[in-house]
Design a protein around this ligand. Structure first.
Ligand SMILES: *Cc1c(COP(=O)(O)O)cnc(C)c1O
Length: 461
C-alpha cells in the first residue's frame, strides 16, 4: 500500500513513513493510493468479534508490511487495554432509531484516545526497530494534548512537548496534561492563545535546522494513522445494528473533519452507510461550505464546545481531493486561494460533496437545550460536543438507524453540563484522584526562541 499527497508533489511513501511524517512536504495530506474494500462476507463476519479483532480486520489492508500480523495484533491489544469499558466503543439506544456511540471510555475521556493510543504503540514499535527517536511537538486547545501525553508517556523512543494556551483550557484538560509524571512528556503553558501555540508549532516545522536537530514529528489530526484508527468504530457500531444487511447513518460533531472523514473511508471500504451528517457549532465553515459551495474563513467564536472552535478545517482537504477526482494540482491551487480568505468549489466537485455529506449547525442555546432535554428524557448526560451532534441528528432521523458519535465524557466539560442541567458530572472512578495528583508544567513566553530552547534542553537524543 502506497501513500500519495493531496497536492500531488510530495514523495510517495509507505504506511510507516506517512505515519511518522504527518504533513507531506508539499503541504498536502497523505492518503492511500486506493482504498481497499472489504467483502460483504468479511463485514458480516465481524458480528460478535471483539473490538480489537474488528480493528485488525479493518486496518490490516492499509498498513502494508509495516508490521507483521502478530505484531499488529499485539499493538492493537496494548492500545485499548486501558479503556474503561469492555466494548471499547459501546452503543447506547436513545430513541427507537437513534443511538449514541460512546467514544469516551479511553484514558483521557475523549474519542481522540482511540487514535492516539494506537499511534503511540505504532510509533514506539517502528522507532525501536529502526533505532531512531523523535520529538513530538503539538499545540492543543485541550483534548489532543492530553490524549497525546497519555499515549506516549513512558515510551522510550519519543519525547513529547505539548503547547497549550495558559489559562484557557478546562481544569480537567489541564490536569490531564500536567499530572503524568514520566520524564519524556512535557506540558508547556504558553502566554498566548491557541492560535499562538499553533503558529509556534508551525514555525518549528518550518525551521529546517531545528526540525532536523530534534527530529521533529507531528501527531495532529491530519496524521493518516489517526484517521485510520477512527475508521474502526464505524464498522463495529454499524455491524452491531445489522450491517452489512442493514444500512445505518452517522452524525458526527466535527471541527477538523477528521472523525467524519474516517466515516467516509468506512463507506468507501464497503460499509453500507446511508447518510454522513456533519454537525458543527457556530464555527460553521463546514456547514456553510456544504450549503453554498464556497469555502470561506471567518473569525473563531469561542463556544461551550471548544474542541470544535476552528476557523479552517484541515482534513477537509482530503475530501476535496476525492471530490476533484484525485487532482492534486487543483487542490493545491484551492489551498493557495485559502490564504486570501477562501475559494469556490467547482460545480462537479461540489455536487460530489453534497451527495456524500449532509450537514447542520447548533447554536449555543440549542446545544444547552439538547444537554437538558437528553438528561430529562433519557437520563443521559451529554458533553456539549455530543449535544451539538444530537441536535443536528434530530433533523435527519428517519427509517434508517442513526448513530451519533459521543466524542467526550460529560465530566470533561462540567461547566457547560451543570449550567444546562444543574448536575455536575463526576469523573469515572478510575480517575477520581485527578484533582489530588501533583501538577508539573513549564510556563513559557510566546516566543519561538524560548520554546525551542526549552525543547533542546529537555530532549534525550
Ligand atoms: C477533537 C474533538 C472533536 C472534533 O473532532 P474532529 O476530528 O476535529 O472533527 C469533537 N469533539 C471532541 C470532544 C473533540 O475532542
Amino acid at each position: 500500500m502506497r501513500y500519495i499527497s493531496t497536492r500531488g508533489q510530495a514523495p510517495v511513501l509507505t504506511f510507516e513513513q506517512a505515519m511518522l511524517t504527518g504533513l507531506a512536504r508539499d503541504g498536502g495530506l497523505y492518503l492511500p493510493e486506493s482504498i481497499p474494500t472489504l467483502t460483504e462476507a468479511q463485514i458480516a463476519a465481524m458480528a460478535g468479534m471483539s473490538y480489537e479483532d474488528i480493528a485488525f480486520t479493518v486496518m490490516r489492508p492499509f498498513i502494508g508490511d509495516t508490521f507483521s500480523d502478530d505484531q499488529f495484533k499485539q499493538l492493537i491489544k496494548q492500545a485499548y487495554a486501558d479503556f474503561g469499558h469492555a466494548a471499547r466503543a459501546p452503543l447506547v439506544q436513545l430513541d427507537s432509531n437513534h443511538f449514541l456511540l460512546e467514544l469516551f471510555h479511553g484514558p483521557t475521556l475523549a474519542f481522540k484516545d482511540f487514535a492516539m493510543q494506537l499511534i503511540g504503540q505504532m510509533f514506539e514499535a517502528a522507532l525501536t526497530r529502526s533505532g531512531d527517536r523523535v520529538t513530538i511537538v503539538g499545540a492543543t486547545s485541550g483534548d489532543t494534548g492530553s490524549a497525546a501525553m497519555e499515549a506516549f508517556r513512558g515510551l522510550d523512543a519519543v519525547d513529547v512537548f505539548i503547547l497549550y494556551p495558559h489559562g484557557r483550557v478546562s481544569e480537567v484538560q489541564r490536569r490531564q496534561m500536567t499530572t503524568p509524571s514520566e520524564a519524556n512528556v512535557h506540558a508547556l503553558a504558553v502566554d498566548g492563545d491557541f492560535d499562538d501555540c499553533q503558529a509556534a508549532v508551525k514555525d518549528m516545522f518550518n525551521d529546517f535546522a531545528f526540525r532536523e536537530e530534534v527530529k521533529l514529528a507531528g501527531v495532529n489530526s491530519i496524521n493518516w494513522g489517526r484517521v485510520l484508527a477512527q475508521v474502526v468504530y464505524y464498522f463495529s457500531s454499524a455491524v452491531s445494528l445489522g450491517a452489512p444487511h442493514r444500512e445505518v447513518s452517522f452524525t458526527v460533531p466535527t471541527g477538523n473533519f477528521g472523525d467524519i472523514f474516517a466515516g467516509y473511508i468506512a463507506k468507501q471500504m464497503g460499509l453500507p452507510i446511508k447518510d454522513l451528517v456533519v454537525a458543527t457549532n457556530m464555527n460553521d465553515i463546514l456547514h456553510r461550505t456544504l450549503e453554498t459551495g464556497a469555502y470561506t474563513k471567518e473569525g473563531v467564536t469561542p463556544t461551550i464546545s471548544p474542541s470544535m472552535d476552528i476557523q479552517v478545517s484541515s482534513n477537509f482537504e482530503r475530501a476535496l481531493f476525492y471530490a476533484y477526482d484525485q487532482d492534486g494540482a487543483t487542490v493545491a491551487g484551492q489551498m493557495d486561494d485559502l490564504k486570501g480568505g477562501g475559494f469556490q468549489i467547482s460545480q462537479g466537485a461540489y455536487q460530489m460533496l453534497k451527495d456524500t455529506f449532509k450537514s447542520g449547525r447548533a447554536s449555543e442555546d440549542q446545544t444547552s437545550a439538547a444537554i437538558r432535554s437528553y438528561n430529562a428524557r433519557h437520563g443521559e448526560l451529554l458533553c456539549p460536543h455530543t449535544a451539538v451532534g444530537t441536535h443536528v441528528a434530530e433533523a435527519h432521523l428517519g427509517a434508517t438507524p442513526m448513530i451519533t458519535l459521543a466524542t467526550a465524557h460529560p465530566a470533561k466539560f462540567p461547566d457547560a453540563v451543570s449550567k444546562a442541567t444543574g448536575i455536575t458530572p463526576p469523573l469515572p472512578q478510575r480517575m477520581a484522584d485527578l484533582y489530588d495528583r501533583p501538577e508539573r508544567v513549564t510556563r513559557v513566553s510566546n516566543t519561538l526562541a524560548d520554546i525551542q530552547a526549552i525543547i533542546k534542553e529537555r530532549i534525550t537524543l
